[in-house]
Design a protein around this ligand. Sequence first.
Ligand code: MG
Length: 227
Amino acid sequence: MDGLEKRDQLRRVKAVIFDFDGTLAVLNIDFSLMRERIFALMRHYGIQEKLIQEKYLLEIIDEAYQILWKGNPLNAEDFYQKAHDILHDVEMKAAENGSLLPGTETALQKLREKGMKIGIITRNCEEAVRKVFPDIHDFCDVFVSRNSVKNVKPHPDHLTYVMDLLKVSGEEAVMVGDHLIDVQAGKGVGMKAIGVLTGRITKEEFEKTGADYVLREAAEICNLLKK
Ligand SMILES: [Mg+2]
């Protein structure tokens, strides 16, 4: 497929949904420290790692909560609160040294000038994102952190919620992100998915997961959607 045909595929796009960390901003969250602290907390509550099926930390915490709840609901609530305090602590530390990627604000402005609606979604907490991007609401139509939805991406609820708010269908939106989760989330609700190379995922990994496009950075989407 040549460039023009590819661009033609995006003719119907009315909304662009971005991931935040690694896509619009650099945060360097220490995920291994986060994981270590959460697993230590789980052991403290008597939950061994081998009991856990889930892969990502937020889902792991939910799973541990369910296990604990069967034995002692109060313990479960206690664990959940402490686990989220750990996430918040590590995320806020990262946010202190975080910054938007160069060109983020200009790109978002340009897209809006083209008439695009903009959504930003993240598994990060609202406070950490606002620390890095205080005027986020001047640059997007909706911002949905994990504090605003029960099931975060790659669960379809996260993007379905954004689609409802923006009043667009999956075919009318694209999802842009630096992680395979973003591609899975986008494809899961019928969006075109764009991987960006500002995180740790390679072009080959994105293509294997079904990304429709891979760009060096999110700001390049302005050229892709040029009318
Ligand atoms: Mg990301």
